[in-house]
Design a protein around this ligand. Structure first.
Ligand SMILES: [Zn+2]
Length: 117
């Protein structure tokens, strides 16, 4: 049965790691064993302009592919979407957790996006 997440679970949480580094914690289970897998970068030079996406997954990279803005986490400008796999809670049926880094009106926002099975 899927865990029901509270809004507070979706806040970014960290634990101290080494020097000035902090370990990002999984929003589902709190584990620090997250691995980034896919990175999508959405470039939009101006509002309502064309959206170009670059996708990196392992050794594969697709650069500047025009996409529909519905794929872009930012409605107006650019964004980065990082897909993570969690060693502790990723199982069949879980889609994984995604961190969106969104630019909006000169401010950078971080948000978790996840789908539960
Ligand atoms: Zn987890």
């Amino acid at each position: 049965m899927a865990k029901i997440l509270e809004a507070s679970d979706l806040k970014l949480k960290f634990e101290p790691a080494y020097d000035n580094a902090q370990a990002l914690l999984c929003p589902r289970c709190g584990s620090a064993n997250l691995h980034h897998e896919t990175v999508l970068s959405f470039h939009r030079a101006e509002e309502d302009g064309e959206v170009l996406m670059t996708r990196i997954e392992g050794a594969e990279c697709i650069v500047n592919m025009p996409v529909n803005n519905l794929k872009n986490p930012s409605r107006r400008r650019g964004a980065v979407r990082v897909g993570f796999c969690c060693e502790s809670c990723d199982k069949v049926g879980h889609v994984g957790v995604t961190l969106n880094i969104i630019q909006h009106k000169g401010v950078t926002y971080f948000e978790w996006c996840l789908v539960e099975a």
